[in-house]
Design a protein around this ligand. Structure first.
Ligand code: NAG
Length: 254
């Protein structure tokens, strides 16, 4: 009798921990819902955002609300940030919303009149707001421009990339150092190959459709280095990923 009672209690405890495990597993298994915020180097027609989304596998989904010309100030002023936070809230029940933030190309322009301290602070505040809305925030450092001097990429986004990393640390957000990865990649393939990705002749900032795929993949690979659990939501492309890792020229047709 005693033994039966103990067995019965043990069975209940077992059952409860099984239920607990199922609940936490269920939460982890919610598919990601990506909300890609940023400037033209992320946006539709010229940025890596759509290339990134093109690798997603259902039921994972994402949107690309990045905006050409955007700064951390204008994105909020134009109501785009509020819409991004609304998308987080709308999708939190059925997915794990992930907000990526990549700004800097326009914030750094003197005409924007945004101090380095403001830029850093704006990204920190955005990360906190994204998390409060229910998202996993990720700050991405700026995609390199493909301007060269003496055979090396001109690193004119380094200061803003360092500020973005500081903002992520302060807010406890994940960082993908796309500035470093894209600088290294473009240096490895060389100046001539790097121009293959230009949206228009001489446009060394924006990406054509092939460039969107190549640099979208680069962002995915940086993400999966830190979030291996998300690997099952992306269509793999081992040939492209290996070229990116080895610094070999990729055409986007891999
Ligand atoms: C630049 O920003 C500062 C601080 O926000 C402000 O005081 C100043 O008037 C602005 N300058 C211009 C030219 O808009």
């Amino acid at each position: 009798m005693k033994l039966t009672a103990i067995a019965w209690i043990a069975a209940i405890i077992n059952q409860q921990s099984a239920v607990g495990a199922a609940v936490s597993l269920g939460a982890q298994q919610k598919p990601p819902y990506f909300i890609l915020t940023g400037d033209s180097t992320v946006a539709v027609n010229g940025g890596w955002g759509d290339g990134f989304l093109s690798f997603l596998k259902a039921p994972a989904e994402g949107i690309n609300p990045a905006k050409s010309g955007a700064t951390t100030v204008s994105f909020r002023r134009q109501g785009l940030w509020d819409k991004a936070l609304q998308a987080v809230r709308d999708n939190a029940a059925n997915a794990q919303p992930i907000v990526t933030m990549q700004f800097g190309h326009n914030d750094q322009k003197p005409a924007a009149n945004i101090s380095t301290e403001q830029f850093r602070n704006n990204l920190e505040v955005m990360s906190r707001e994204a998390r409060e809305a229910g998202a996993f925030p990720i700050i991405i450092t700026s995609l390199t421009r493909r301007t060269f001097e003496n055979g090396q990429v001109v690193q004119n986004l380094k200061e803003h990339s360092e500020l973005a990393i500081q903002a992520a640390k302060a807010a406890g957000a994940m960082v993908l150092d796309l500035n470093m990865a894209s600088t290294n990649y473009v240096n490895a393939i060389g100046e001539a190959n790097a121009q293959y990705y230009n949206l228009a002749e001489g446009d060394r900032t924006h990406l054509n459709p092939k460039g969107e795929v190549v640099f979208g993949r680069l962002v995915i690979d940086l993400l999966l280095d830190q979030r291996k659990d998300l690997g099952c939501y992306f269509r793999p492309n081992p040939v492209l990923s290996e070229k990116l890792r080895k610094g070999e020229f990729a055409t986007g047709d891999e």
